[in-house]
Ligand binder design. Structure first.
Ligand code: SAM
Ligand code: SF4
Ligand code: SF4
Length: 364
């Protein structure tokens, strides 16, 4: 039996021995004292885009072998893992990919996850990150199934640049229609994620801010990250959050907004004139590992403890052996309690050099 640190309901740290069922009501902490609060579920490794910073076409071409369908967790299996994770403290689930809306009948999975309840009988926050290309068609069905909110990635308003960055023939207008439809059906506020690459799309920062001001959507600028090993990441292409903010403040008066909760990844700012909010995700220049409460479930059912991990912890075999929720929760608690990941804090040091998992596999 392995030793696990538990957070007692009164917030104090307690020690307990792990056995199936013993975790009930006492969510585990990892080795750095972080609780498990968020689960990101990657439902597919496929995508209809080939963003160079994520799935460069030279690697993800016609010869690339994507996961066969039989190796993916079924919706029922995903739901069982999610249920176990909720018992351990997860309160927010994000579906991602690859492009999650390419997984057939995703709304059925959304419906199943939306039925799950915390030990206190509360529903969880259920959200989705998408490139938006299929959103106009699917937003209403996703909302009806129980999705709470949506995040849409959009790196440029300029059509040529967008085509170049997504390496696709899909128009910006398609994504904008998806965003509008999501807001119209109530999946709001819609968050819009823009990955900024210096010298590539930094001239879109101000036009994007101008476009999304006063719409109710929250634009978030993400520093270009060294995820995976294929995207040719280079520090010289990172425009820091501070530089992005300086650029924005030259055009729009902004003031800081206090974080809503521990572990919020974006630093929030609002337009002084009431034009809404923006966010800055500074995982390179200002790492936030100390508050990182996220685990990731791969399409094949492995738990990854960090976006930059080199390997996962298989759960699929246990799921397919017919294990009940208690046994699954005990296994996840055991994995979580051994977590020491803090990659962004040690980026660039020798100890951080390893082969990392691809973003399109594990999701953002
Ligand atoms: N396909 C969906 C999408 O693009 O929204 C979901 C998966 S995608 C991997 C999740 C998020 O990761 C997106 O917002 C994307 O822009 C971001 N992302 C991918 N590669 C990145 C990188 N190298 N640096 C920063 N963000 C990245
Ligand atoms: Fe696809 Fe999203 Fe990766 Fe772009 S960022 S290639 S849309 S998975
Ligand atoms: Fe979390 Fe890993 Fe990112 Fe740090 S580097 S914030 S531990 S996912």
């Amino acid at each position: 039996m392995s030793k696990v640190i538990f957070l007692a309901p009164n917030g104090e740290i307690a020690q307990d021995a792990l056995s199936p069922g013993s975790h009930a009501g006492v969510p585990p902490l990892d080795r750095r004292g972080r609780p498990l609060r968020d689960l990101r579920i990657s439902v597919t490794d496929r995508c209809n885009f080939r963003c160079a910073y994520c799935m460069p076409r030279e690697v993800f071409d016609g010869n690339y072998t994507f996961l066969p369908h039989a190796s993916l967790l079924t919706f029922e299996e995903i739901t069982r893992v999610a249920q176990a994770a909720i018992q351990l403290g997860v309160r927010k689930i994000r579906l991602t990919g690859g492009e999650p809306l390419m997984r057939k009948n995703l709304e059925r999975l959304v419906g199943m996850l939306a039925m799950l309840r915390t030990p206190d009988g509360e529903a969880i926050d259920l959200t989705l990150t998408t490139n938006g290309t299929l959103l106009e068609k699917k937003a209403a069905a996703l909302r009806d199934a129980g999705l709470t909110r949506v995040t849409v990635s959009l790196d440029a308003l300029d059509e040529h640049l967008f085509e170049r960055m997504s390496d696709s023939r899909i128009s910006v207008k398609t994504v904008l229609r998806g965003i509008d439809e999501a807001a119209r059906v109530g999946l709001s506020p819609v968050k819009v994620n823009m990955v900024v690459r210096k010298g590539v799309n930094d001239d879109q920062i101000v036009p994007m801010a101008r476009h999304f001001r006063h719409t109710g959507h929250v634009l978030r600028f993400i520093e270009f990250m060294d995820v995976g090993t294929t995207n040719g990441w280079n520090m010289a292409e990172v425009l820091s959050g501070a530089e992005i903010l300086r650029l924005l403040r030259a055009h729009f008066p902004l003031e800081a907004v206090k974080a809503d909760y521990r572990g919020e990844v974006a630093a929030r700012w609002r337009y002084v004139d009431g034009g809404g909010e923006i966010g800055l995700i500074t995982s390179v220049s200002q790492p936030f590992c100390g508050d990182c409460t996220r685990a990731r479930l791969s399409p094949e059912g492995s738990i990854f403890l960090c976006l930059f991990a080199d390997r996962g912890h298989d759960l699929r075999a246990l799921v397919r052996s017919g294990a009940d929720t208690g046994a699954l929760a005990a296994r996840i608690a055991n994995i979580w309690s051994g977590r020491d990941d803090h990659y962004s804090e040690i980026r660039g040091r020798e100890s951080s050099a390893h082969r990392k998992i691809e973003m399109s596999y594990i999701g953002g």
